[in-house]
Design a protein around this ligand. Structure first.
Ligand code: GDP
Ligand code: IMO
Ligand code: MG
Length: 429
């Protein structure tokens, strides 16, 4: 068997959580391959809303195993907050959750470092979620990190203390007063205490060599779906650097983040919104700072699932979408949040970027370039609700045309159209 992949093609928050949950009954295993609690994946069914940060979005289906892969970074405190919320809702997430020994741990001081480094950046802030993502991946690649497999070792506490001291020295060097900085409403010391309680609880989880488990499962004919976090435009290599996250969010990340050979990759599903959003700083060519942008934000409830920050909104950006499709080798597209465009009488799509009046054939090196021009096509909106649509054939003609235009431009089919946040508001073609 091969591993299928679902990932975001824009700046995150495309609706990956919803679609992974919808797809889960078709798979034996769902595996997260990168990112950490910077992610916020929303799943809505039976009138209830759940937001997952570290746990894969297949957790609501008891028969499916959910793997937190080696490429993910874990804050044990946040992981157990999630687990406890699911337990309060009557679930038993520990029963179908597996954690890689090789996944790196986010220490409380990684979170402080994140805050210290961001506060120093002033106007050029990344707009990080402040979950410690950058500093933890820095320690991973700097070969200083602590991994889940280390928590049962006798020298774990010593290694922790050494790293903690190094981090606090750096924080002091930057003149950041970490004692005034709260982590999820807690002082550093209080957070650290709860973090260690969570480390103890972690020992009861199923901690495995996830790369062996996944390869063996595929050999045994089990089906696996890899769940991405963030989006392609936040990829550390190909996103709008430096306004990116610190991991490879693209298909290539599946191989390193789960220990699977490229030969194992099966179908690649790329998710995009019918428009664009971005949370945090950085270039966003089609951003709308007007009433249309506000209409999208309110209609789409575009407020961060992890931080609650208002998301920036803008028209669909085809040059960025095409670039993402190329990088990921997407086979099938999934378009989300079509319903958010319901109230628009006219809809714009950016078809090209230009520089000095010339249309660009290649995606630019620097999206921050102020001279970047945008070419738009205007299309008729459907200007009405989609409530009665239960199959794609029910969709208004203007929406069908919008989808067809995108398909023609990018050369791929849009196989699913999502018209609302609930599981059931998903139309498959
Ligand atoms: P993810 O990070 O890619 O999983 O996406 P998020 O959960 O952060 O953000 C997507 C948001 O859009 C969530 O609030 C979802 O409940 C919501 N959502 C998903 N699909 C649709 C849709 O088709 N229509 C509307 N209106 N909301 C949707
Ligand atoms: P999901 O999985 C949207 C953004 C942050 C910031 C930048 C770097 O829910 O789609 P980081 O905390 O990684 O150092 O932040 O990346 N960002 C996201 N934006 N969705 C996400 O995840 C994001 N994860 C990080 O806002 O601009
Ligand atoms: Mg999200």
């Amino acid at each position: 068997m091969k591993v299928d992949v679902i990932l975001g093609l824009q700046w995150g928050d495309e609706g990956k959580g919803k679609i992974v949950d919808v797809f889960t009954p078709r798979y034996d295993i769902i595996a997260r391959f990168q990112g950490g609690p910077n992610a916020g994946h929303t799943i809505i069914f039976d009138g209830k809303k759940y937001v997952l940060h570290t746990i894969p979005s297949g957790i609501f289906h008891q028969k499916t195993q959910n793997v937190i892969g080696n490429g993910v970074i874990i804050d044990p405190f946040i992981l157990f907050k999630e687990i406890d919320k699911l337990r309060e809702a009557g679930m038993k997430p520990e029963e179908n959750l597996l954690v890689s020994k090789r996944a790196h741990l986010i220490l409380p001081t990684h979170r402080l470092l994140d805050a210290a480094l961001e506060s120093e950046k002033g106007n050029s802030k990344i707009g990080s979620t402040l979950k410690g993502i950058g500093p933890t991946y820095t320690d991973k690649y700097g070969r200083n990190g602590l991994r889940v497999g280390n928590i049962t070792e006798t020298d774990f506490r010593n290694r922790y203390e050494l790293l903690r001291k190094e981090h606090l020295d750096t924080i002091d060097y930057h003149g950041f007063d970490y004692r005034q900085h709260l982590l999820d409403g807690l002082t550093f010391e209080a957070y650290e205490e709860k973090w260690f309680d969570s480390i103890e609880r972690m020992k009861s989880l199923r901690i495995i060599d996830s790369e062996v488990f996944l390869n063996t499962s595929l050999d045994q004919g089990k089906s696996v779906l890899a769940e991405g976090a963030q989006g392609t435009m936040l990829d550390v290599d190909f996103g709008s650097y430096p306004y990116v996250t610190s991991s490879n969010t693209i298909t290539a990340g599946v191989c390193s983040g789960l220990g699977l050979s490229p030969h194992r990759i099966g179908k690649i599903f790329g998710i995009f919104k019918a428009y664009c959003t971005r949370v945090g700083s950085g270039p966003f060519p089609t951003e709308l700072n007007d009433s249309d942008g506000e209409k999208m934000r309110i209609g789409g409830n575009e407020f961060g699932s992890t931080t609650g920050r208002p998301r920036r909104c803008g028209w669909l950006d085809l040059p960025a979408l095409k670039y993402s499709i190329m990088l990921n080798g997407v086979d099938s597209l999934i378009m989300m949040k079509a319903d958010v465009l319901n109230p628009f009488t006219a809809i714009k799509i950016c078809t090209d970027y230009s520089l000095d009046g010339e249309v660009l054939n290649n995606f630019p090196f620097d999206l921050c370039d102020e001279k970047l021009g945008l070419v738009y096509k205007e299309m008729k909106g459907w200007d009405g609700p989609l409530d009665g649509c239960s199959t794609v054939t029910d969709l208004p003609a203007a929406l069908a045309e919008y989808v067809m235009f995108i398909e023609n431009q990018v050369g791929l089919p849009v196989d699913i159209i999502s018209i609302g946040p609930d599981r059931v508001q998903t139309l498959q073609r």
